[in-house]
Design a protein around this ligand. Structure first.
Ligand code: SF4
Ligand code: SF4
Length: 85
């Protein structure tokens, strides 16, 4: 993590429809996100924070519920920056 910097944009480049997530039986995003940005809530939904996203796309690939995740890249000049160590 010492070689990673996040230039956080004001627009969330990924949004999660927690109402759709309530019917999800796998919650695959929780175990697949390398940044641990998906947190299950006690009511069956998902709490998501886009700010430290690696932009790897794994959550979008593993999610099998249509409409749960809207995925885009951050606006120009924002997002993850991988630095040389
Ligand atoms: S984002 Fe997709 S995989 Fe994750 S809980 Fe919601 S529906 Fe399930
Ligand atoms: S794109 Fe990758 S790092 Fe970002 S939320 Fe999805 S799985 Fe996590």
């Amino acid at each position: 993590m010492s070689t990673v910097e996040f230039r956080v944009g004001s627009r969330a480049h990924i949004t999660v429809e927690t109402e759709v997530c309530r019917s999800c039986t796998t919650k695959a995003c929780v175990v697949c996100c390398p940044a641990n940005l998906f947190v299950p809530t006690s009511d069956g939904g998902i709490l998501f924070n886009y700010e430290q996203c690696f932009e790897c796309g794994t959550c979008y690939l593993v999610c099998n519920n249509e409409g749960a995740i809207a995925w885009t890249y951050p606006d120009g000049g924002h997002g993850v920056v991988f630095k040389r160590s």
